[in-house]
Design a binder for this molecule. Structure first.
Ligand code: NAG
Ligand code: NAG
Ligand code: NAG
Ligand code: NAG
Length: 443
């Protein structure tokens, strides 16, 4: 930590990190304190009774049964960076208790709020255009609240830099950062990450969408904004891959010049080295254009069917041992797409994973896939299926299992979000979190 701070002071002056910008000053990092002032001038809005700066607010015990004498900055999130964070009271939330909990609104956060997520083809032309203009704004507006972490060498803390990113790119980075291989005793473990291949998968992505939806609401002032979904069941091809919707591709596979996202470039693309964290973060020139090649990968020549979704929903157990890609008869593993959904035992590519590979290009490079806006629509539909399961089986946080995946314990914080949200807390009705889904094609 000393070297990191020295570096930051010497070379960057005041720096910023989904890391709240105000928690990445050298003073905040040195004191391991992330308790930013609210508008009343007190940390965590304590003077107004919104919250308090507390030690050890995160729920993860520092020492657990597992061997953890190795270094990975994301482990026990966010303890590597911060010991003191805001504990917000009542319906207040946010890294400085300046916001309301999801699903709440008003100055006192005492009113409930629910937005409706619709299938993109259910939006009026006006609504659709609005959605694309919000995305364009998010892609070009620097995030005031958050900065991202960048390094070419994860082993050396003094090479870590915190850099500005746009609101959309902060979202893309969060996914990227959660997926980098684990640093174990100086070597990389590629078999696990913080957001996939384990029980955290549905909730982690649920939170990612909620985070981005909220960011768009704040950016646009449109409190009713909801992310649309893409119901890909039974599609013969990607029918929203046209310039009126998410964009057609040209012969090289780049998004067509006439599409809304033609000139978007991918955050963290280019150098997918295990020991880098988005080393090209600050450098526009090093970024690749978005590309997509629907249906051209022989490993995934079609999209999941209506029956595949029905079959996925028949697995009653949220997840099963060993809670990784080999789990059988597991809703999580079937939905994530490591299982044949009908028998629940054949391992293979299906559902969520199949859609990524089917779309190809940026979407099939899973670490950077979140750069393609179609990622939002895809995951929004995955979340709709998860919600359908929660309602059918009355899912609650108690269904979330203890497990051995790093960062995916029921009481561990979803990595790398601020403030801390426990992985198990997303097993609840989406209406409690502030959104619901429209009905479309019988679901
Ligand atoms: C929190 O919000 C609920 C509505 O969901 C409201 O009934 C309750 O009074 C609020 N609590 C506080 C402490 O404001
Ligand atoms: C890390 O290396 C040390 C020393 O070589 C060894 O004792 C320890 O078991 C290793 N830890 C892990 C998690 O592999
Ligand atoms: C999908 O297939 C239909 C019918 O074969 C075709 O008309 C349409 O252009 C295709 N759409 C895309 C985006 O490839
Ligand atoms: C899944 O977990 C089991 C039991 O811990 C382990 O033997 C296996 O190697 C794991 N598989 C993968 C792909 O991580």
């Amino acid at each position: 930590m000393i070297t990191l701070c020295t570096f930051l002071v010497l070379f960057l002056g005041v720096i910023h990190c989904q890391f709240p910008r105000s928690c990445t000053t050298s003073a905040a990092l040195r004191s391991k304190t992330c308790c930013p002032l609210w508008q009343d001038g007190s940390p965590c809005g304590s003077r107004s009774g919104r919250g308090q700066c507390r030690n050890n607010v995160v729920f993860t015990p520092l020492v657990s049964g597992r061997v953890r004498q190795f270094y990975d900055d994301r482990l026990n999130w966010p303890r590597f960076y911060f010991d003191n964070t805001c504990k917000c009271f009542g319906n207040f939330s946010g890294y400085n208790c300046g916001q309301c909990k999801y699903g709440h609104t008003g100055a006192e956060c005492d009113r409930e709020k629910t937005v409706e997520r619709k299938e993109i083809r259910q939006l009026s032309l006006m609504e659709r255009k609005r959605f694309f203009s919000y995305l364009a704004l998010a892609k070009t507006t620097k995030s005031a609240d958050f900065v991202v972490l960048s390094t070419g060498d994860r082993h050396h803390r003094d090479s870590y830099r915190f850099v500005d990113a746009t609101i959309f790119d902060v979202f893309a980075w969060i996914h990227y950062y959660s997926m980098k291989p684990l640093l174990v005793n100086g070597t990389f473990d590629f078999s696990t990450n913080y957001a996939h291949q384990g029980p955290a998968f549905p909730g982690w992505h649920r939170l990612g969408l909620m985070f981005f939806e909220r960011e768009i609401q704040l950016l646009s002032g449109d409190e009713d904004f909801a992310i649309p979904y893409y119901d890909w069941r039974g599609e013969k091809n990607c029918s929203i891959c046209t310039n009126e919707f998410l964009g057609a591709s040209n012969v090289q596979g780049f998004l067509d010049d006439g599409s809304h996202f033609a000139f978007w470039k991918s955050m963290c693309s280019g150098f997918n080295y295990a020991d880098a964290y988005c080393q090209t973060a600050g450098d526009e020139c090093q970024r690749e254009r978005l590309h997509r090649k629907p249906g051209s990968d022989p490993r995934a020549s079609s999209l999941p069917s209506f029956q595949d979704v029905e079959d996925t929903l028949k697995w009653r157990d949220f997840d099963t041992a060993p809670y990784n890609t080999t789990s059988r008869r597991s809703l999580r593993s079937a939905l994530e797409g490591f299982l044949g959904p009908s028998d629940g035992t054949t391992l293979g590519r299906n559902m969520h994973n199949l859609v990524h590979i089917y779309l190809g290009g940026t979407m099939s490079q899973v670490t950077i896939s979140s750069n393609d806006p179609i990622f939002l629509l895809h995951h929004c539909f995955v979340d709709k299926i998860f919600e359908e399961w929660l309602q059918r089986y009355n899912g609650t946080p108690d269904h979330y299992p203890e497990n051995n995946q790093f960062g995916q314990g029921p009481n561990e914080c979803a990595t790398p979000y601020f403030p801390c949200y426990r992985n198990k807390d997303f097993l609840c009705s989406s209406s409690k979190l502030g959104y619901k889904f429209s009905k479309y094609q019988g679901m």
